[in-house]
Design a protein around this ligand. Structure first.
Ligand code: C5P
Length: 217
């Protein structure tokens, strides 16, 4: 049976880094599910469509291809902002849910497991995942990290603006009616406010190793 590691949490809490490193460590496939929502949003922005246009968003989700997921613009802040609007649409979520569940059931390359990160993996996409992590950090620390990351990429970033954007997105993600950002009942909460990337990975690894072992007995 495929081993699924579900990782949820708000933006810039470090879940992507933890997820990628876990996947590499165990030889599992990795899916950054935020990319799916960002790719739908980016297609709408490129077509000058309104991210809140449900019909256009569902069409974009249904016809998403690998070329859309490889777009380097997906990391941009305006795409993230539009992604959180697109993600409120039930129809878009239903289309993307199918794709994510297929990925979890049949990880590419015949990998023995999948690590998936997002907002609703442990609650909706893979509610039976044997290992669920909720990676979080204080908003001020997340904004500090995101500001540095943007500046390293050569983008202009003002801390106060970044913090405000993160909080707007957190609110949108937590308050939407379909699959809101929430801690699954059986998730292990990993607060990375005081941890660097290595310490966060080490803590996640201890947890996943224990979950894998308990599955084998
Ligand atoms: O994680 P990332 O910042 O790339 O996600 C972009 C947006 O996509 C999130 O703010 C959220 O609105 C949406 N998303 C979601 N469910 C997921 C992953 C991302 O709603 N599983």
């Amino acid at each position: 049976m495929v081993m699924i590691v579900a990782i949820d949490g708000p933006g810039a809490a470090g879940k992507g880094t933890v997820a990628r490193r876990l996947a590499e460590h165990f030889g599992y496939a990795y899916l950054d599910t935020g990319k799916l929502y960002r790719a739908v949003a980016k297609r709408l922005l490129a077509a000058h469509a309104d991210p809140g246009d449900a019909q256009a968003a569902e069409d974009a989700a249904r016809t998403l291809g690998p070329e859309h997921l490889a777009d380097p613009d997906l990391r941009r802040e305006e795409v993230a902002r539009a992604a959180a609007i697109v993600a409120q649409d039930k129809g878009v979520r239903a289309v993307l849910l199918d794709f994510q569940r297929r990925f979890a059931a049949h990880p590419p390359g015949g990998a023995p497991g999948a690590v998936m990160d997002g907002r609703d993996i442990g609650t909706v996409v893979c509610p039976d995942a044997p290992a669920k992590l909720f990676v979080t950090a204080a908003a001020a620390e997340r904004a500090r990290r995101r500001t540095l990351e943007l500046r390293e990429r050569g983008e202009e970033a003002i801390y106060a603006r970044v913090l405000e954007e993160l909080e707007v997105r957190d609110r949108r993600d937590s308050e939407r009616t379909t699959a809101p950002l929430a801690i699954a009942k059986d998730a292990h909460v990993l607060d990375t406010t005081e941890l660097d990337a290595d310490a966060a990975f080490a803590a996640a690894l201890v947890f996943v190793v224990a979950r894998r072992a308990s599955r084998l007995v």
